[in-house]
Design a protein. Structure first.
Ligand code: GTP
Ligand code: MG
Length: 446
């Protein structure tokens, strides 16, 4: 990773040469489970995914990040020497930089300086294919830029201040900020439109008749490969790179015993995922919130799977899906010692987890059976009265075939067991119905 990269003078290159990136991190010892070195390996992977060539990396143990230089002043000066040695033209820091830290490093090194968040945003921008994906990425980028404009100004006005710092400079900045804010507002409206039409399509299709399963997990864990394996065809894009998937893909998957579920593959998570992205991708990630259960795919062959799981949990909590029923799937079992995956030797075992290989098909039948069992265990007992007008809802309830309907004079009694989403809809319909009855002075349901 740190081999100096020689000039390729004399070579005619058709494609623009890859940017030469140098990576730097600070180890404060506060990032549970992660050393700066581990995090840098991941950062290198991100930089390569974004199209850069990593020519070197450094980290420093410090109690805190330096407010002026990110790393200590001395270390920052060492980077000047590293630059003449490796000829990097891009510096990437492992944590978010303040505008003043970025500016200080840029003037010292005379190269472009970006932080991990911006790198991730850039990868998302490169991989966004659909209208919705592009909208969300642009929204996240604007949200990332806005405070940076503001704080840059605060910083300048503090050092300069007073006479000469007002006038065109300020009004230009005010204009920029206003333009960005207006754009953010527009983008949010458009994202919301997309979200609404997606919700309508989701309702319109047969998916609500079936249980829904959301695949979640760290980026590159094999989520898309698993969906393809479960469906039996190549429906989702699989690539050995980070954030190959940005847009959700949903397919019907057979679970056995005639049961089926709609399984959705979506964007992966990563350590230090910019919060702007989580916010902007709420529309996409709503598939996760709507799911009856989550299938958490873990790359069992990755030494850091415990930390990966912690990151996934944090993001799920942020989305409000952290305590959804979940089946943990240890993927890439083919890369493990066979004794380990069969439970005969020490392995990354977690109670209730299923070992599979999405690549070879190992364990998929067990996974289908476990998923079916989990879904069935979640069904909720209902006994409610809904009006005849709720015909569409009743039709869906009937198709599940686990309830009995009693047709009364005034309304229909529904009792039996249904999936939680359906139970929620029934409870709401029943509550509305009894409110209507009360208003009409007809007393409660029969
Ligand atoms: N050896 C092995 N490789 C696997 C397995 N499952 C997936 N992979 C590989 O892991 C890489 C990532 O797979 P994807 O399915 O794209 O992973 P993902 O979780 O969808 O990743 P993102 O969409 O980028 O977040 C690809 O190179 C797959 O071929 C497996 O069971 N065994
Ligand atoms: Mg994927």
């Amino acid at each position: 990773m740190s081999t100096p990269n020689r000039d390729r003078r004399g070579l005619i290159e058709l494609a623009p040469p890859a940017e030469k990136a140098f990576l730097v991190a600070v180890d404060t010892g506060e990032d549970t489970g992660w050393t700066a070195e581990d995090s840098l390996v991941e950062l290198a992977n991100l930089a390569t995914t974004a199209g850069a060539e990593v020519v070197g990396a450094e980290w420093q143990n410090r109690r805190h990040v330096d407010p002026n230089w990110y790393v200590g002043k001395g270390k920052a000066e060492e980077l000047v020497a590293a630059k003449s040695e490796t000829r990097f033209d891009l510096l990437v820091t492992d944590d978010e930089l303040s505008p003043s830290q970025q500016k200080a490093l840029e003037s010292l090194l005379n190269v472009k300086v970006i932080d991990r968040s911006r790198l991730i945003l850039d990868i998302f921008a490169q991989h966004a294919r659909t209208h919705e994906g592009r909208l969300q990425v642009e929204l996240a980028q604007l949200e990332y830029q806005l405070p940076r404009l503001t704080r840059l100004w605060t910083h300048l006005s503090r050092t300069g201040g007073g006479i000469g710092t007002r006038g065109p400079g300020e009004s230009q900045l005010e204009t920029d900020r206003r333009i960005i804010r207006e754009r953010i507002k527009k983008m949010k409206e458009r994202v919301e439109e997309v979200r609404r039409s997606r919700a309508t399509t989701a309702r319109g299709r047969d998916r609500r008749l079936m249980a829904t399963v959301g695949i979640v997990g760290y980026t590159n864990a094999g989520k898309s490969t698993l969906l393809n394996a479960l469906v039996g065809s190549e429906v989702a894009l699989v690539e050995d790179r980070l954030f190959a998937t940005l847009d959700p893909t949903s397919r019907q998957v057979k679970l056995g015993d005639g049961q089926a579920a709609i399984v959705t593959d979506t964007v992966g998570f990563i350590h230090k995922l910019p919060h702007q992205l989580v916010d902007a991708f709420r529309a996409t990630l709503e598939e996760v919130n709507r799911a009856d259960v989550l299938l958490e795919v873990v790359d069992a062959s990755d030494a850091h799977f415990t930390e990966h799981r912690a990151t996934v949990q944090t993001v799920l909590d942020e989305l409000g899906a952290g305590s959804k029923p979940r089946l943990v799937v240890f993927n890439k079992a083919d890369l493990l010692d066979p004794a380990a995956r069969d439970g005969r030797a020490p392995a990354p075992v977690i109670a209730g987890a299923v070992f599979v290989s999405a690549l070879t098909g190992y364990g998929l039948d067990t996974l289908r059976a476990e998923l079916a069992a989990l879904l069935a265990s979640l069904w909720i007992a209902v006994d409610v009265h809904v009006p005849y007008a709720a015909g569409e809802l009743l039709a869906r309830v009937r198709e599940r075939g686990t309830v009995e309907l009693e047709y009364g004079n005034r309304d229909v009694r529904v009792f039996g067991r249904v999936a939680p989403t359906l139970a929620g809809e029934l409870e709401r319909a029943a509550a509305d119905w009894s409110a209507t009855l009360r208003e009409n002075g007809a007393g409660g349901g029969e």
